[in-house]
Design a protein around this ligand. Structure first.
Ligand SMILES: C[S@@+](CC[C@H](N)C(=O)[O-])C[C@H]1O[C@@H](n2cnc3c(N)ncnc32)[C@H](O)[C@@H]1O
Length: 269
């Protein structure tokens, strides 16, 4: 079984599409959204109706509708509003203040939800729903260490934690201490695991990988970040995929998944 304690947007899960998975994130809104689609509480028709109606109000009354929906979401936590905010906020950012309230400003386009854009989002929901239909997946809202406890020896754990010291918001606090605790506990697991982490950029090298993950196989590849508060933050970065050493024995589901991750890697150490 695939175990992913830092699900985030779920892009890895939806690309690899393992048959059985337990996925989790400390952010309850991401999990509620995906779990609602999985359980059929949210479907393409419901999304279309919500975005069309609220988009029409936004077009007529402007940004105050966005801020009204943001306030409503921070009280009701409706996953449909979470999806809408994510698609109408500045740069598609997901950020929460110290009270756990979503606080990203409006993208300032009153006509954001034009029919073509609504169709695009509805099609994304349909695609996700279609992938999920044949899967045995469980969505959980846990801290990573609780999620790791669910891993058995035949499982495979994929970790994509926040960058140390870079993301700081209500659901994204990740200190050196967290990173070290995770490195130590993951490497005692009997099952396979892989970790995604930045390795270096033009300013510095991530010493954490060399210090705490050196007994594994490391593959590196280049990535460019397009989102950042200023151009200084939109830089090329070398990413590392760290995989449990020698994890290549038998032909099971986890190994196939691991092999699917590796082709994305341009250079190997
Ligand atoms: C780098 S993102 C994951 C990205 C994901 N692979 C994707 O492609 O979207 C890190 C995720 O870890 C979650 N997170 C942060 N701290 C956590 C914790 N202590 N336990 C579990 N999840 C946590 C955040 O909410 C965020 O979604």
């Amino acid at each position: 079984m695939w175990i992913e304690p830092f699900l985030g947007s779920g892009v890895v899960l939806f690309s690899l599409q393992p048959k059985r998975a337990t996925v989790s994130d400390i952010n309850p809104h991401l999990i509620t959204l995906y779990a609602s689609i999985f359980e059929g509480k949210i479907n393409p028709a419901i999304v279309k109706e919500h975005l069309t109606n609220e988009g029409r109000r936004m077009q007529e009354k402007g940004e105050k509708v966005y801020y009204e929906i943001r306030e409503r979401f921070n009280t009701d936590k409706n996953p449909l509003d979470f999806l809408l905010l994510n698609r109408a906020c500045f740069n598609g950012l997901i950020r929460f203040n110290n009270n756990g309230d979503f606080n990203v400003p409006f993208c300032r386009k009153n006509n954001r939800f034009r029919p073509a854009y609504v169709s695009k989002i509805v099609n994304q929901v349909r695609a996700v729903q279609k992938i999920m239909q044949t899967k045995d997946w469980t969505f959980l809202n846990l801290d990573w260490c609780e999620c790791l406890k669910l891993a058995g020896e035949d499982d495979f754990v994929y970790l994509d934690p926040p960058y140390i010291g870079r993301h700081t918001d209500y659901f994204n606090r990740w200190s050196d201490k967290d990173a070290i605790e995770m490195a130590e506990s993951v490497q005692t697991l009997d099952c396979g695991y892989a970790l995604s982490m930045w390795k270096e950029n033009k300013f510095r090298i991530n010493e954490h990988i060399e210090e705490f993950w050196q007994d594994n196989d490391t593959f590196i590849f280049n990535h460019f970040y397009h989102i950042g508060s200023s151009e200084n933050y939109r830089n090329a970065i070398v990413e590392a995929l760290v995989i449990k050493k020698g994890f290549s024995a038998t032909e099971n589901e986890q190994i196939k998944i691991c092999k699917m991750l590796i082709p994305q890697v341009a250079l190997s150490l």
